[in-house]
Design a protein around this ligand. Structure first.
Ligand code: SF4
Length: 249
């Protein structure tokens, strides 16, 4: 099973109404269990069922990875890593802020309803146990360690998706960012510059330019230079996609 198999079953309209933004991106995210068929407003019920069946045997590796990560974090003393992660340890659980909400995780489970991708991202963040202080130096995705390899994917899946959402409804989009805890920051040439924290030590600096007759709306995301101590670029790409989903809902 590969994304092309799913893509062929999609309406292939590239209408941009789902959080993936394009049908091919939808197909990739669907196989990674990051998006549901219900997000494609152009699919009828039969189409949704046909695609859902395709997913039924692809999810096992994610469950296995989830279990591996739980095994790894069960060996971590939460009290020792909480401060470095920007989290709070209480008893045998860790309270951590994810996408503007407090999430409680124990060595074997999450107390909140989350998608499997959200769980994987949070557990990877805990497993890495980064502890650096933020440097305050902003860098582009492509300038991070190994960033060049995934820079184009990050641009398409995250920056272009956010630019499109911002262009469709600027006020609503800014309001949703604010609900996630985003705050204005000065010193940048973009029309809007906001910092949002999908995870406590991973700020996203979101720069937004409205469109005009000549140019489409644009979005650029910058990271603190310490970010890869907390998540590698692959996970960072998925965190960006999770942010897109959170802003879409
Ligand atoms: S909603 Fe997404 S997957 Fe469905 S047709 Fe539009 S772009 Fe393609």
């Amino acid at each position: 099973m590969n994304p092309l198999d799913v893509y062929k079953k999609l309406p292939r309209k590239n209408c941009g109404k789902c959080s993936a933004g394009t049908c091919m991106a939808f197909a990739v995210q669907f196989l990674r269990k990051m998006i549901l068929t219900s997000e494609c407003t152009e699919l009828d019920e039969q189409g949704k069922q046909e695609i859902d069946v395709m997913l039924s045997d692809t999810g096992d590796w994610m469950e296995r990875r989830l279990q591996e990560l739980f095994n790894e974090i069960s060996r971590i003393n939460f009290s020792n890593v909480a401060e470095g992660l920007g989290a709070v340890a209480e008893g045998d659980f860790l309270k951590i802020r994810y996408m503007g909400k407090d999430v409680v995780v124990t060595p074997s489970e999450f107390k909140e309803e989350l998608t499997i991708w959200d769980k994987l991202l949070i557990l990877m963040y805990i497993k890495n146990a980064g502890s650096s202080l933020l440097s305050g130096k902003w860098v582009a995705f492509r300038d991070l360690k190994d960033g060049l390899i995934r820079a184009e994917s990050f641009h398409e899946a995250c920056e272009l998706s956010l630019a499109r959402m911002f262009g469709n409804n600027p006020d609503g989009f800014l309001q949703k960012l604010t609900v996630l805890g985003a705050q204005d920051i000065s010193g940048f040439s973009a029309k809007h510059s906001l910092v949002v924290y999908p995870l406590p030590k991973i700020p996203f600096l979101v720069l937004l330019w409205p469109g005009d007759e000549e140019f489409e709306p644009d979005c650029k995301i910058l990271f603190d230079s310490t970010v890869t101590e907390f998540l590698d670029v692959e996970a960072l790409l998925y965190l960006g996609m999770a942010l897109v989903r959170a802003l879409k809902i």
